[in-house]
Ligand binder design. Structure first.
Ligand code: PLP
Length: 396
């Protein structure tokens, strides 16, 4: 194979830093590099590998669908697309679905819906209030919606119509709402922003404010949905219902797929308004239909909830025993360990040397997002590796 990193450096656009590992296969929560080294994977394709790696059932469904029909475009009806769509509508408060290929594309569709809704129903209003530290994607309009200015600044004038307020700040949200506001767009727990869990009543108060003002609530559940936080959707735990919701990441277990869902009153796309060549093709939706059934019928959601509680308790134990660990938070199997110093990179490097892959989501925060079918023994093993890294750092 030659030296993969130098071959990559020679031809790839260098858009981000990669870890110095070339992964060649996986099984369950474990992945293996090109030298045969085994790692416990608590990154899981960035919270996307819902059933872990090389799940035999998912692999069979994909292989069978590939032998049957991979792609037909949306000019035709497709059985797997209907089956996944029905599951999503039956297992959410939303009424209609549109399939895309990624999270950013799903959010693009959500933003188009909200703008059209505002223009039609709120006297031309097209502004969307988003939050600082949010992440909604990397297309021109989704970076305009993302609360990290550095992601959009190199690219000239951003798509207009986005206003930012601090996450979890109701007063700022009230103040930012004007006659131009069409919608508020939020993650129920901010993922890329550092696994930020809002106050218990925040989403309820936002929902009430949206109702009072006659504006839409868009929830970006791309990272939090599909069982990641211990319920199918994170909004269930907050006791609110969005008007529009997006899903991607874990929805098809690592096969690229995104979806926007909306309540009937916000489902205002008409023929010609939106489309996608690949979005929701038979291969991706067959994979998605299998993954979501495993959640509800295969015990995966129950496991995610139980393992999430176990991980939370084990991380709280680290906080009790280690001065460097000062807090843990999150939902289900999307969790963070907060550190007293900016040493998340050191923790992650030491963990990797001991066979555990983790993400340093902030300089002082490590993010945990294993597959939802992770075992109790794997959770224990991962936390033991993190504890060893903490002990080592504290002794220096
Ligand atoms: C990952 C993510 C996105 C973007 O998804 P892509 O598939 O990378 O385009 C959008 N919103 C949230 C909350 C995400 O975590």
């Amino acid at each position: 194979m030659g030296d993969i990193p130098s071959r990559e450096a020679a031809i790839h656009m260098q858009t981000g830093r990669r870890l110095p590992i070339t992964l060649v296969r996986g099984e369950g929560t474990r992945v293996y590099d090109d030298e045969g080294t085994e790692y416990l994977d608590f990154i899981a394709g960035i919270a996307s590998d819902t059933l872990g790696h090389a799940d035999p059932g998912l692999a069979d469904v994909i292989a069978e669908q590939a032998r049957t029909l991979i792609h037909i475009s949306n000019i035709f009806y497709s059985v797997p697309q209907i089956e996944l769509g029905e599951w999503l509508v039956e297992h959410s408060c939303l009424d209609r679905v549109f399939f895309a290929n990624s999270g950013a594309e799903a959010n693009e569709a959500a933003i188009k819906l909200a703008r059209k809704w505002g223009i039609q129903n709120r006297d031309g209003a097209y502004e969307i209030i988003s939050t600082t530290d949010s992440f909604h994607g990397r297309t021109m309009t989704t970076v305009a919606a993302t609360g990290t200015p550095a992601y959009r600044e190199p690219f000239g004038p951003p798509t207009p119509g986005f206003v930012f307020v601090p996450y979890n700040d109701m007063d700022a949200l009230r103040e930012a709402t004007t006659a131009q506001t069409a919608a508020i767009m939020l993650e129920p727990i901010q993922g890329e922003g550092g696994v930020n869990v809002p106050d218990e009543d925040y989403l309820k108060t936002v929902r009430a404010w949206c109702d009072e003002q006659g504006i839409l609530l868009i929830l970006d559940e791309i990272q939090t949905g599909i069982g990641r936080t211990g319920t199918i959707w994170a909004y269930e735990q907050a006791g609110v219902e969005p008007d529009i919701m997006t899903s991607a990441k874990g929805i098809a277990g690592g096969v690229p797929l995104g979806a926007v869902l909306a309540k009937e009153h916000a489902s205002i796309f008409e023929p010609g308004d939106h489309g996608s060549t690949f979005g929701g093709n038979p291969l991706a939706t067959a994979a998605g239909a299998y993954v979501v059934r495993q959640l509800t019928e295969g015990g995966v959601l129950e496991n995610a909830k139980a393992r999430g509680e176990q991980l939370s308790q084990r991380l709280a134990g680290l906080v009790d025993r280690h001065p460097l660990a000062i807090g843990e938070d999150g939902g289900g199997l999307l969790r963070r360990l907060e550190l007293a110093q900016d040493v998340s990179g050191d923790i992650v490097t030491k963990a990797r040397e001991n066979g555990l892959l983790l993400n340093p989501v902030r300089p002082n925060r490590v993010r945990f997002m294993p597959p939802l079918n992770v075992t109790a023994a794997e959770i224990d093993q991962a936390v033991d590796i993190v504890e060893a890294a903490l002990t080592e750092l504290e002794s220096n």
